[in-house]
Design a protein around this ligand. Structure first.
Ligand code: 5RP
Length: 231
């Protein structure tokens, strides 16, 4: 007797595995691939190991992804060693129907935006819980130089939001770049491009977690009925 798993029974973790594997089709043999950060990307990195002999290597967006890539025998290049990448594969905390995203739940938003900017195509991999109509429900991560966090928080409060420094073990979390993260709630980001442009100008803001200038061209969405491709 054979049994099969009904798609509806797939867990969020299984959906992440599905989209991580589906992203392999966008990896160009013979090239260097841009690699994001997070639990969904970890599934992609694990799948990428199956084609490690077909690629030159990866440019990574975090220390955590670099360590995972190296452990699987995938060479990691510095971003300054490449002129451009054909594809960047990364997850998201929220994505809308136009490919605008909120990212940075894993505190890697600055390097993610840099690698995305180097890449001709951003392929977002996510389970369907990440798809939203309007960005802003997930606390918006903003990487901030520590001496500016109080002022940046006050500016978000003046905009009607609420913001706090992200903690780890009771202390401000320190990013791979030595900065802090401010998480902002209570915002409705109806114009992601304008929002990203405005917040990026605030003194002390390193990177805002809205990815509109570096939005995704493709989203592989893990759903109860399989992987849906949104373009
Ligand atoms: C890390 C990110 C991640 O892509 C985002 O947080 C999604 O993570 P996950 O795949 O674990 O849900 O932006 O900074």
């Amino acid at each position: 007797m054979t049994t099969s798993t009904s798609p509806a029974a797939l867990s969020q973790d299984q959906l992440k595995t599905l989209v991580g594997q589906a992203a392999l089709q966008y990896v160009v043999p013979g090239e260097i691939v841009g690699v994001g950060t997070g639990s969904t990307v970890n599934k992609f990195i694990d799948a990428l190991a199956s084609m490690k002999d077909q690629i030159k290597g990866a440019v990574s967006s975090s220390v955590a992804s670099t360590e995972r890539l190296l452990a699987l025998g995938i060479k990691v290049f510095d971003a300054n060693e490449v002129d451009a990448l054909s594809v960047y594969i990364d997850g998201a905390d929220e994505i809308d129907g136009k490919g605008n995203m909120v990212k940075g739940g894993g505190a890697a938003l600055t390097r993610e935006k840099i690698v995305a900017a180097l890449s001709k195509q951003f392929v977002c991999i996510a389970d369907e819980s990440k798809l939203v109509t309007t960005l802003g429900k997930f606390p918006l991560p903003v990487e901030v130089i520590p001496m500016a966090t109080k002022r940046v928080i006050a500016q978000f409060v003046a905009r009607g939001g609420s913001a706090k420094v992200r903690l780890k073990d009771g202390q401000p979390l320190v990013t791979d770049n030595g900065q802090h993260i401010v998480d902002v709630t209570g915002l409705q980001i109806t114009d992601p491009l304008a929002f990203e442009a405005e917040i990026s100008q605030w003194p002390g803001v390193v990177t805002v977690g809205v990815f509109a200038y570096q939005r995704a061209q493709v989203c592989l969405l893990g759903t109860a009925s399989g992987v849906k491709t949104l373009t």
